[in-house]
Ligand binder design. Structure first.
Ligand code: UT7
Length: 347
């Protein structure tokens, strides 16, 4: 979504109407937060499972994954989301009273309804504004950023929690080595604050670029779930095909994001990609001319946490001081749908 709001021109009054216009607004990433369940499951532990026939060597070589976190029994996507959200608010120095929108990207909601977002809102004691879930699989966080950006620019929200939270451990076929070794659980969040463009100093979301092609829905899906008349309710993936789409579609999405802002590869301080496979991440870094020292990588320790992977990576790199104020951060993701997209933000 590009800013199409005429107020983005910076005009504050209309010569025709004579009425004062509200200032153009920017969605500034004021805080980031992450949460990972305590239990960490290593490749060696998986390799020891009878009948799975995998190995640490195969998983590391083909994916870069060494371990992943697994939610505790009874722990839910909303539990994890609330923890990540509180961490993001604390880092932003924001009160929960500043939040008037909660958007949760997840493929593993606690229930069909109330939405995970409404549960988070309730858990945080927020009784105003609005809350909803968004389903775009691994691209969910980029989609949610796009929606939140549009809501903030149009004046419909002033403080938005954008959260990715996933418990894939509950929708995996733990006998399918082609999928079960790839995913992990966790949650990440950002708090977006509406700041008048004139005061933002160039900070904030610059643009988001969202895509989908439903004709490829079958290559990465959950076969069953709420409203389904069959299926097993677990993740199925034609890995090699998804891989092929990933490199081409992510490349075009990042080109689109940079071109839309008149920016080049050299302007990017950090690439924060969706964390599905180190080979895809390396290919994207190479395309942008960025070494792995300018790419935030968590896939080795988190595996693929779907919609949570980008905000978890953002939180890690913002907290350890890698991402600094003023840095241009490029995010990209692809997932079931197929969905894919990119987002550019200045911290
Ligand atoms: O987040 C959403 C987006 N998802 C992605 O971007 C995932 C994209 N795809 C991938 O990351 C990779 O395709 C995978 C990691 C899923 C698979 O890697 P690959 O190099 O494409 O392997 P493959 O599926 O072509 O399988 C190669 C071989 C097969 O054996 P044969 O047929 O050559 O004898 C598989 O059966 O590796 C075998 N294999 C395994 N062996 C040990 C598949 N999974 C495993 C395993 N352990 N866990």
């Amino acid at each position: 979504m590009r800013a199409t709001d005429p107020r983005a021109s910076g005009a504050t009054s209309s010569p025709l109407l004579g009425a004062a216009r509200p200032p153009a607004l920017r969605a500034v990433i004021a805080g980031t937060g992450g949460y990972l369940p305590e239990r960490s499951l290593t490749n060696d532990e998986l390799a020891a499972w009878k009948g799975l026939e995998t190995s640490d060597a195969w998983i590391v070589e083909r994916t870069g994954i060494r371990r992943r976190h697994i939610a505790a029994e009874g722990e839910t996507a909303s539990d994890m989301a609330a923890k990540a959200a509180l961490a993001a608010l604390a880092q932003a120095g924001a009160e929960v009273g500043e939040v008037d929108a909660v958007i949760v990207a997840t493929a593993t909601p606690d229930s069909a309804f109330p939405s995970t977002a409404a549960r988070v809102q309730g858990r945080l004691g927020i009784g105003k504004g609005f809350a909803f879930d968004l389903a775009a699989a691994c691209t969910g966080f980029v989609y949610a950023l796009g929606v939140a950006d549009a809501l903030i620019r149009s004046g419909q929200a002033r403080g938005a929690l954008v959260i990715g939270t996933e418990i894939y451990s509950r929708i995996l076929d733990w006998t399918d080595r082609g999928t079960c070794v790839l995913f992990g659980d966790g949650a990440g969040a950002v708090f977006l604050r509406a700041v008048p463009e004139a005061e933002a100093g160039g900070r904030g979301l610059l643009s988001t670029h969202l895509h989908a092609d439903g004709r490829f829905g079958d290559i990465l899906n959950v076969d069953g779930g709420a409203g389904s008349t069959g299926g097993t309710g677990v993740v199925r993936m034609a890995g090699r095909e998804v891989f092929r789409h990933a490199v081409a579609k992510l490349s075009s999405a990042v080109d689109e994001a940079l071109a839309a802002n008149g920016l080049g590869h050299d302007d990017v301080a950090w690439l924060v990609p969706h964390q599905a496979n180190i080979r895809i991440i390396e290919a994207m870094g190479k395309k942008l001319g960025l070494g792995l020292d300018r790419v935030v990588v968590t896939v080795d320790r988190h595996a693929n946490t779907s919609a949570a992977s980008i905000p978890l990576a953002l939180a890690e790199a913002a907290r350890d001081g890698r991402i600094k104020p003023g840095d241009l951060v490029l995010m990209e993701a692809i997932g079931g749908g197929l969905t894919w997209g990119a987002a550019l933000a200045r911290f």
